[in-house]
Design a protein around this ligand. Structure first.
Ligand SMILES: [Zn+2]
Length: 298
């Protein structure tokens, strides 16, 4: 049996880690990612100790003394305030990913809109997103709080550092609190740009070749991407191939955004105008027919 990589114990003092969590709390609140008392943040202190935010407090106004410590089963072992009710989500991710130490969960509005619409996040639009984010999965819906809810992320946590929770929000994770938060901020900015550009009337996708160049860069810089593991042949890299098999069970369906390209084709070649101006077409055809029949068009 393969041995799991050992959990790395942080070298920073506890007081500094608490400050870092409060700082990210202020940032998620300032960005509008956590209304009311929403959101929760955690950091792994050791094999059976996790620092986390408490429930019933605005994440924008926490003091280091407000934070709690739980064991890996979610039992509270330190802190005056009650630990977050969503800690099982954090612990499940930490158990699956020994390489990560921090988890950030919140409700960023643009990414959450995709979670409510169950619209897959289109690929092959922004270079930075292709390199740093990659494909982003959406879970199936489950009532928040329990282990059943936490288990919904399991199929995806080894393939992505950020997961969209159906009709709920996002969860992202990394080696540090800052890195864990990073993915959420990048994802929400991307979702916002997608919605704005669609409102302008057109989303231009990168071509397969342009995307391949970005994935090559990603590999060169040492980032992994499930699209690279599959190999590029016969793989529609722009069309959410990685997580498409989960769509049937999660209710995810492409409705608001077109598929970037048919299998293997150049998306730009397939980029026809979004709507046809039927009135102009009918007028032009009518005029032509009238001209040929020698009668005056109305
Ligand atoms: Zn939540």
């Amino acid at each position: 049996m393969a041995t799991k990589p050992a959990v790395k114990t942080p070298t920073k003092p506890l007081s500094q880690l608490k400050e870092e969590i409060c700082d990210i709390g202020r940032r998620i609140y300032a960005k509008g990612f956590a209304a009311g008392n929403d959101g929760n943040i955690s950091f792994r202190l050791g094999p059976n100790e996790v620092l986390c935010t408490p429930t019933m407090i605005s994440k924008g106004f926490m003091k280091p003394s407000d934070l709690c410590i739980v064991d890996m089963e979610g039992n509270q072992i330190a802190g005056q305030r009650k630990r977050s009710s969503e800690i099982l989500l954090h612990l499940t991710i930490m158990k699956e990913r020994p390489d990560i130490n921090s988890v950030v969960h919140c409700h960023p509005p643009h990414a959450t809109a995709f979670a409510v619409a169950r619209e897959p996040i289109p690929q092959c639009v922004l270079p930075e997103v292709e390199v740093f984010l990659g494909d982003v999965p959406i879970t199936r819906y489950e009532t928040p709080g329990g282990q059943k809810f936490a288990d919904t992320v399991k199929p995806f946590v080894k393939k992505s550092n950020v997961v969209i929770l159906a009709n709920h929000g996002t969860v992202s994770f990394g080696e540090t609190v800052e890195k864990a938060y990073w993915w959420t901020e990048i994802l929400d900015a991307y979702c916002r740009i997608l919605m704005l550009s669609r409102d302008l009337g057109r989303v231009t996708y990168l071509t397969k070749q342009e995307t391949k160049e970005l994935l090559d860069l990603k590999q060169k810089w040492g980032y992994t991407d499930p699209r690279l593991e599959k190999g590029m042949e016969n793989c529609d890299i722009c069309a959410n191939d990685v997580f498409r098999s989960s769509w049937g069970s999660t209710g995810v369906e492409r409705k608001a955004f077109d598929a970037p390209s048919p299998f293997g084709a150049d998306p730009k070649a397939a980029a026809a105008p979004a709507t046809l101006d039927y009135e102009s077409v009918v007028k032009a055809v009518t005029e032509q027919v009238c001209r040929e029949l020698g009668i005056g068009a109305a």
